[in-house]
Ligand binder design. Structure first.
Ligand code: ADP
Length: 383
């Protein structure tokens, strides 16, 4: 819906102009102000598409209002049409355009002419918005390309260097226990590389819409039990044995019929758990689920909570984007390619659920992952 702000010190003018606009432009919301000061404030707050601005006003005239609107980052993009009944000479028009106005109309204005001007300004505003979006998309693609190259060269090289380095150290004189240690490292780094390649393949499937979801009745308790074993293995792999792991399943879980893809649910939760362990130096992680009613629908909400480094509020929206990490430096202490949350979010969408985070820097994070479910009231049991 288009929004138009009319600034005029005369109530009669406001009423006539409002009636004309509402008559001529369907789906439009008109707001008004009776002084320049009030108009500037309203423009900042309401972000109209076009402003119709009277030239002759007490205290602050239309030229000054226009200048101030165009000098402010929050309002300079808004199109301004100046209207005057008295200052109609070309000098006044030049003064208006120099102040940043986009058009100058002389009163009395024909209804059709005002409507035509407004429609044209609204068309330009829409086109500008589309161009801005296209520019942002182009910038995002460019960023993705650079981030992809930087991340890949870093994340591929690190395990590859270890594999080449340790395999190069092996020969027939290497003591048995060293062979065992080196082989373990090579195996682990090989797995990291494999996971990276699998993630990249998964991204391609997601982006081409080829990913398959196999829904079936799911036993939540067995998924949680499987996750405990994975969390413990990951804790050892990261050498963080001191971090506690707690699992809190919901009560009466056996009443819950969840029809979803268990492998995908597991994939999402494993990713959240691994991140929780990765970004936590001390304390504990906890995961579990609870049954909820949300917007009159039954759903199950899983959560993964940690006492780790936390995430600042302004980074909430970025971390679910591809190749986005809070710390994007090459010297970041935690390895990662910024892929896991992107895949998890897309999979959650495909499962009809939601994924979000609550976090405080230095205190910890909780990731929530909810899925629609139906509580069977003992009629159906999932065993
Ligand atoms: P990766 O962990 O491989 O970098 P993800 O897509 O899984 O990629 O996560 C993206 C970013 O989100 C991480 O790099 C990190 O900055 C932030 N993040 C994810 N989970 C957590 C967490 N539990 N605690 C703090 N930061 C997190």
């Amino acid at each position: 819906m288009s929004k138009i702000l009319v600034i005029d010190d005369r109530q009669g003018n406001l009423t006539t102009v409002r009636a004309t606009i509402e008559d001529a432009i369907p789906d439009c919301h008109v707001i008004d102000a009776m002084s320049g000061k009030e108009g500037i404030e309203l423009a900042r707050r309401e972000q109209p598409d076009v402003i119709l601005l009277d030239v002759v006003m007490p205290e602050m005239d239309g030229y000054e209002v226009c200048k101030r609107l165009k000098a402010n980052d929050l309002t300079r993009h808004i199109h301004v049409i100046l209207i005057s009944a008295y200052q109609t000479d070309s000098k006044s028009k030049v003064k208006g355009f120099s102040a940043g106005a986009d058009a100058f109309l002389i009163r009395p204005i024909e209804r059709a002419e005002l409507a035509a001007h407004l429609s044209s300004m609204l068309r330009i505003t829409r086109t500008e918005q589309l161009l801005k979006e296209a520019l942002e998309q182009a910038r995002e693609s460019d960023r993705l390309k650079s981030a992809f190259l930087a991340t890949m060269s870093h994340e591929l090289r690190t395990p590859l260097n270890a594999i080449l380095g340790f395999s190069g150290l092996l020969d027939k004189n290497t003591p048995g226990e060293e062979v065992e240690r080196f082989a373990r490292i090579i195996h682990e780094k090989g797995n990291i590389l494999l996971k990276l390649v699998e993630d990249l393949f998964e991204i391609t499937l997601i982006q081409t819409g080829e990913i398959r979801i196999n829904k079936q009745e799911v036993n939540i308790l067995s998924i949680l039990a499987g996750l405990i074993a994975i969390a413990k293995r990951e804790r050892v792999r990261l050498g963080k044995e001191k971090i506690g792991i707690r699992v809190i399943p919901a009560n009466q879980m056996e009443d819950l019929v969840l029809y979803t893809d268990p492998e995908r649910v597991k994939q999402i939760l494993v990713n959240l758990i691994k991140n929780a362990l990765k970004f936590t130096r001390e304390g504990s992680i906890e995961f579990g689920c609870r049954r909820e009613i949300w917007k009159s629908q039954q759903r199950i909400s899983f959560y993964v909570k940690d006492t780790g480094i936390g995430i600042s509020h302004e980074n909430f929206k970025f971390i679910f984007n591809l190749f986005r990490q809070v710390d994007e430096s090459n010297t970041r202490p935690c390895h990662g390619a910024g892929i896991g949350l992107f895949i998890s979010k897309r999979l959650t969408d495909l499962l009809g659920g939601e994924l979000w985070v609550e976090s405080k820097e230095g205190v910890g994070s909780t990731f929530f992952f909810s899925l629609p479910g139906s509580f069977a009231d003992h009629q159906r049991m999932v065993s």
